[in-house]
Design a protein. Sequence first.
Length: 499
Amino acid sequence: MMARLIIGNDKSKSRIDKNIYGHFSEHLGRCIYEGIWVGKDSTIPNTDGIRNDVAEALRKIKIPVLRWPGGCFADEYHWMDGIGPYEQRPKMVNTHWGGVVENNHFGTHEFMRLCELIGAEPYICGNLGSGTVQEMQQWVEYITFDGESPVSNIRRENGREEPWKLPYFGVGNENWGCGGNMRAEYYADEYRRYATYIRNFGGNKVYKIACGPNTADYHWTEVLMREAGNMMHGLSLHYYTVPGTDWEHKGSAVDFNENGWFETLKKTLFMEELIKRHSAIMDRYDKDKRVALIVDEWGTWYAVEPGTNPGFLYQQNTLRDALVAGINLNIFNNNCDRVRMANIAQMINVLQAVILTEDDKIVLTPTYHVFDMYKVHQDAELLPLMLECDEYRLGEDTLPQISASASVDKDGKVNISLCNLSHEDSADIDCPLSGLSVFKGGMPSSVTGTILTAPVMNAHNTFSDPENIKPTAFTGASLKDGRLTAVLPAMSVTLLTVE
Ligand code: AHR
């Protein structure tokens, strides 16, 4: 059957917050060190110690917000170890991630510089699990206070006269697990205590994000909204797509067949149900949707690349990951009335990375290309859509064959992102567009497109073949009498722009 896509006229429903296209970078494996930070004396071209090639690639995809320093690392991190002259910064052991030595050379000043260089807003996650209230309070004060205080004076001694803006702050990470193994009831009280001391200085307004549920822990959401909902701006949600029988037996990133393809896409589609069910609980306490659901860790998690440190979570990234990215971003777009930030895990060299590095070389992954294609949705108005499509069947199991979302940007261009999940069937799309008030005279006049696809499902880029899979112009769409039709190849992510 032909897939029918009906786009509604009601463009005022919700804005797709650009922060849905956010990223996450943790002191884990080679994300920060090697991936971002090479130090000022490196032979790899850098600006103040930050790789130029990586910064340039990140600027291109317009990363709106960057979360740091963890993850599980955040609840072991003591920010004062990461300021001042490098030779005086104490070393620590990164117990969570490989037991390696952390020399603290990448700290607050370096993170803020990174954000400036790539044009992202900072989202810092504080230490509630093993840190004090005073420590958390003073971190925000160190960064944002323009007056005289012991910590703001230390900032000046460290070479930064003006305070920075710090728009987003997380009050702990996964406090149901690595962040202290707390019960929801206990964390809710701790959240209230710590959040009390996160102050707004000068014109800086901190948007406070509470640790939210692990996957389908609906009890956590209920308790947090009931006990602390009025003291937070956002509640986080973590959900990873983990193919394989269990955490101990995860599937490979590259070596998989159609079962691994199907299983991964099925698991990733669970994100929709999670968002709907957590949102329904939030609606009972916050019908006006003041509190955002912040999906600040999401993405694929496979077995590590053979021969690499198991604590470094380094994995390849294939066309399958491009589909995972496209599907999740469509889900976030379509639920943007509640989901107002998401941060893929993680930006470089860890889990579903957009960039991989090896010495002075970089590779842009298929996931990078999806973020590049979808950036047109950032801050655009969501267009509601109704989709009727075939089932994608494998054995007895089925999934919808198509995932889609649509928005209209400030210039009146309509962008439609479409994923064809099937590993073998193309999909015919029919989309009546005449009468849509976003077009002059209610009639669209042109369509252009970009597609990411490949002949094999595990197509990926390597350091010796970095452009094996990359977007190309899409010529399979046409417009006639206000009707958009397209043929989407199997295993593809497509972005159509209609004006
Ligand atoms: O992203 C890797 C880890 O996954 C993070 O440190 C933690 O928050 C989550 O369990």
